[in-house]
Ligand binder design. Structure first.
Ligand code: GLU
Length: 470
């Protein structure tokens, strides 16, 4: 499906949800529309030739500033795909109460075809174009990693920005997802995957919902299939296995897919892939005929963590999962989603379940504006206070707390503890908000529509209180 199909799919979902609100059509049209679309072409010298690179930055909604969203490097980038992804960012931020408008960037390249130096040249030139048109800045528009980019590219963007904006006090907040040593924050790399885990775990906590799916409550012991072992898929699988007691039974990657009903140790699989360059031929697992066949294998939870349009009308009937957590953006098309909902499958929508990345980006941006890491002021003070409390308990009870317990209870929070705590709170609260929206209304048929309704209500209330709409 082209980017146009993806944008149409997002907007179709939006309009379906909008029908459950009583908002005026003009206001809904304003929320749906992409506010600014910047399409650019710039030349970069690659070897002895000049290549003209096609790139985009779309700011979907300015109801809150800055706008926020990743930059994707992929050959499938086109204007409508970036518009669809920027739209999802606005709804995503609203759902998890991250006070930004949505944006997205895309550069139409296959990063595997370029050397590191060439990628740096392209990234710096792209950033320069954004600066030139005032499409980047800590209070304007703040990019982050997405498919095909990571901390390395974000550091190049930061350096380019600071070169042009020398002395700008909050300049480090012009981009997030930076390496920790380059004004980044601990826990950003794992954040999307960790957020997926918290979200799915929370969904599994509701006994009534699990019963309707024929499942027992609790995430422990549930089987999971993951499509894509990139940053998001790998962290989702690792954290679900290690912290949630989930059994990973299937994995799909570029080179093919594997299945083992008794479980695949994700750490051993990642090591195997590093050593052999492939997930195939992993001891104990069956190689499947092609990379997407594993999506159709039996499991409780399916995590598509690759790209958009993976579950479509052509394979939806064969999906056996009871819960689908959309770790990627737009992995299920609107028509296929309807089929799943009719079948009683629980689809936890992308704009909620993968919002952990932007949530921790928000924490990083706050850290940059405060010029101080979280926990620096209070860690020792708290440690001292907890220590005094333990002493008091020991003195009054006459019993002693052992050394290990003392160290555990008496510890002050580090940056990573605070980031994880903030992320967990965000994901749990947002899930309960979406679920309550759905249950209360009695008309809203699925979690995606409920998530949209929640986002639309928040964005519309901004427009109304700003006086833009009466
Ligand atoms: N690219 C990620 C997303 O789609 C993260 C965006 C951000 O951190 O701004 O949500």
């Amino acid at each position: 499906m082209s980017g146009g199909g993806f944008l149409e799919s997002v907007n179709q979902n939006f309009r379906k949800a909008a029908s459950y609100t009583n908002l005026p059509s003009g206001l809904l049209a304003q929320i749906e529309a992409c506010n600014s679309v910047y399409q650019m072409r710039f030349p970069v010298k690659i070897g002895n030739e000049y290549e003209v690179i096609e790139a985009y930055r779309v700011q979907h909604s300015h109801h809150r500033l800055p706008t926020k969203g990743g930059i994707r490097y992929s050959m499938s980038v086109n204007q409508e795909e970036v518009m669809a992804l920027a739209s999802l960012m606005s709804y995503k931020c609203a759902i998890v109460d991250v006070p930004f408008g949505g944006a997205k960037g895309g550069v139409k390249i296959d990063p595997r075809n370029y050397t590191t130096r060439q990628l740096q040249k392209i990234t710096r030139r792209y950033t320069t174009e954004l600066i030139r048109k005032n499409f980047i800045g800590p209070g304007i528009d703040v990019p982050a990693p997405d498919y095909g980019t990571g901390g390395r590219e974000m550091a190049w963007i930061l350096d380019t920005y600071l070169t042009f904006k020398n002395g700008e006090l909050d300049g480090a907040g012009c981009v997030t997802g930076k390496p920790v040593k380059q004004n980044g924050i601990k826990g950003r790399t794992e954040a999307t995957g960790r957020g997926v885990f918290y979200g799915v775990r929370e969904a599994c906590e509701h006994a009534e919902d699990m019963k309707a799916l024929g499942l027992t409550p609790g995430i422990a012991g549930k089987t999971m299939i993951v499509q894509g072992l990139g940053n998001v898929g790998a962290h989702t699988a690792m954290i679900s296995q290690d912290e949630g007691g989930v059994i990973i039974v299937g994995v799909a990657e570029y080179e093919g897919s594997i299945y083992n009903k008794d479980g695949i140790d994700i750490h051993a699989l990642l090591k195997h892939r590093k050593e052999t360059g492939s997930i195939l031929d992993f001891p104990g697992a069956k190689n499947l005929k092609d990379r997407n066949s594993v999506l159709e294998s039996p499991c409780d939870i399916l995590i598509p963590a690759a790209l958009e349009n993976q579950i479509t009308m052509s394979n939806v009937k064969k999906i056996k999962a009871k819960i689908i957590g959309e770790a990627a953006n737009g992995p299920v098309t609107a028509d296929a989603h309807q089929v799943l909902v009719d079948k009683g499958v629980m689809v936890i929508p992308d704009m909620y379940i993968n919002a952990g990345g932007v949530t921790v980006s928000y924490f990083e941006w706050l850290k940059n504006l405060s010029h101080m890491r979280f926990g620096r002021m209070e860690k020792r003070f708290n440690q001292q206070t907890y220590g005094n409390l333990i002493d008091l308990i020991e003195r009054t009870t006459g019993k002693s707390v052992n050394k290990r317990e003392k160290a555990f209870i008496g510890r002050g929070a580090d940056e990573i503890d605070l980031v994880r705590s903030g992320l967990e709170e965000t994901m749990v609260t947002a899930y309960d908000d979406i679920r309550t929206t759905m249950k209360r209304s009695k008309r809203i048929p699925d979690l995606r529509s409920a998530a949209f309704v929640s986002a639309i209500k928040k964005i519309s209330s901004d427009y109304i209180s700003l006086g833009i709409f009466p």
